[in-house]
Write a protein that binds this ligand. Structure first.
Ligand SMILES: Cc1ncc(C[n+]2csc(CCOP(=O)(O)OP(=O)(O)O)c2C)c(N)n1
Ligand SMILES: [Mg+2]
Length: 354
């Protein structure tokens, strides 16, 4: 069984063919500068992702879940949000994080093991802490969106989740509650073909987007390697949410080119030919060809982004590896307001009153 590159059981929104040729309406309401910014973010994100893989192999990160192949799904959706909106990520959304302005070093402290959830400010960045328990972020997002609605705020929540997460009860609870209360939430699924070693085809028998009708919300399936189509689908969902028209479900068809995490060996369960087919659908090459063909960016622009990315990841690496160990006292902090005697005793034993 393999992940589907195409699936005609449900219409797929697409603006660009894999070779970058327009196949749908490419006028998505962005200025030329904003169109170039999408390419810049994708180039920066991919370079950082590859650096993180190298950092983990060199022992500088404990574990890392790469997102290569999913740049358009993350950048296109995150770029459609406003500063007051809130993202509830899973554990694979570093590209979306940097679009939101999250500091990469702060984010990666989680993977270096120097802080529990990344020491960035979730409120200031509009990006909730990394969430590893699969699908739990969906209920957080819907709760936040309900709060925003009750407060009368013009803001929406976007939850990222995977094809595997769509099989969890939390997905159903979040989708149903969101629809019943008409909350401003966007449930954004990155169907990347695999939930560790389980292919999407063994995970569900109907497209995830098709479930939306059963909950009573719009469901859109989009080519997740087409940044313009992703932007358009998300922007429409954001506008509906802001207009008080309730939640939306988006399923972005994409592919995880790398392993599930650095602790995984995908050659044990998937065929290299499948990976090669998806490499040919690369989201960055596709968009770059489109921008160059449309005269919005030239080869010099991409080269400048690549040079910027080199300098940036060098700084991120230097700052990360310079981080000292976290204070040992933290093992005992953040759980109890009034620590019980047993914990205080352990603290005393371990730290001698520090
Ligand atoms: C509740 C829970 N069950 C199991 C796991 C172990 N686990 C981590 S990621 C993952 C698969 C997630 O697949 P998917 O939702 O498709 O996201 P992807 O990894 O493809 O981004 C599993 C089973 C977990 N973290 N949390
Ligand atoms: Mg998946």
């Amino acid at each position: 069984m393999s992940a589907p590159e195409t699936d005609d059981r449900y219409p797929t929104l697409r603006c660009l063919a894999p070779d970058g040729t327009p196949v749908g309406d490419v006028e998505v309401g962005l200025t030329e500068e904003e169109l170039r910014a999408l390419l810049r973010w994708m180039i920066l994100a991919r370079r950082l992702d590859r650096e993180c893989m190298a950092l983990q192999r060199q022992g500088e990160l404990t574990v890392y879940p790469p997102f290569e192949g999913q740049e358009a799904a993350q950048v296109g959706s995150a770029a459609a949000l406003g500063p007051g909106d809130m993202v509830f990520p899973s554990f694979r959304e570093l590209a979306a994080a940097i679009v939101r302005g999250v500091d990469a070093v702060a984010y990666l402290q989680y993977h270096r093991g120097t802080w529990h959830g990344g020491p960035y400010d979730p409120v200031a960045t509009g990006f909730a802490p990394i969430c590893v328990p699969v699908a739990t972020q969906l209920v957080h997002a819907v709760g936040w969106a309900l709060g925003a609605k009750l407060d009368g705020r013009d803001a929406c929540a976007l939850a990222y989740f995977g094809d595997g997460a769509a099989s969890e009860g939390d997905f159903h609870e979040a989708a149903n509650l969101a629809a019943v209360f008409r909350v401003p939430a966007i449930l954004f699924c990155q169907n990347n073909g695999w939930a560790i070693s389980v292919p999407s085809r063994a995970q569900f028998a109907a497209p995830i987007a098709a479930r939306a009708a059963g909950y009573g919300m719009p469901g859109v399936r989009v080519d997740g390697n087409d940044v313009l189509a992703v932007y358009r689908a998300t922007r429409e969902a954001v506008e509906r949410a802001r207009a008080g028209e309730g939640p939306s479900l988006i399923e972005a068809l994409t592919y995880r080119i790398g392993p599930h995490t650095t602790a995984d060996d995908p050659t044990r369960y998937r065929d290299e030919a499948e990976v090669e087919r998806w490499r040919a659908l690369d989201p960055i090459a596709r968009y770059r060809r489109f921008l160059e063909g449309a005269g919005v960016a030239d080869a010099g622009f991409a080269a400048a982004c690549e040079a910027e990315a080199e300098d940036w990841v060098e700084r991120v690496r230097a700052e990360l590896v310079a981080l000292g160990p976290p204070p040992a006292t933290e093992v005992f902090d953040h759980v109890f307001a009034d620590p019980p005697a047993t914990l205080l005793r352990q603290r005393e034993e371990a730290l001698g009153g520090a």
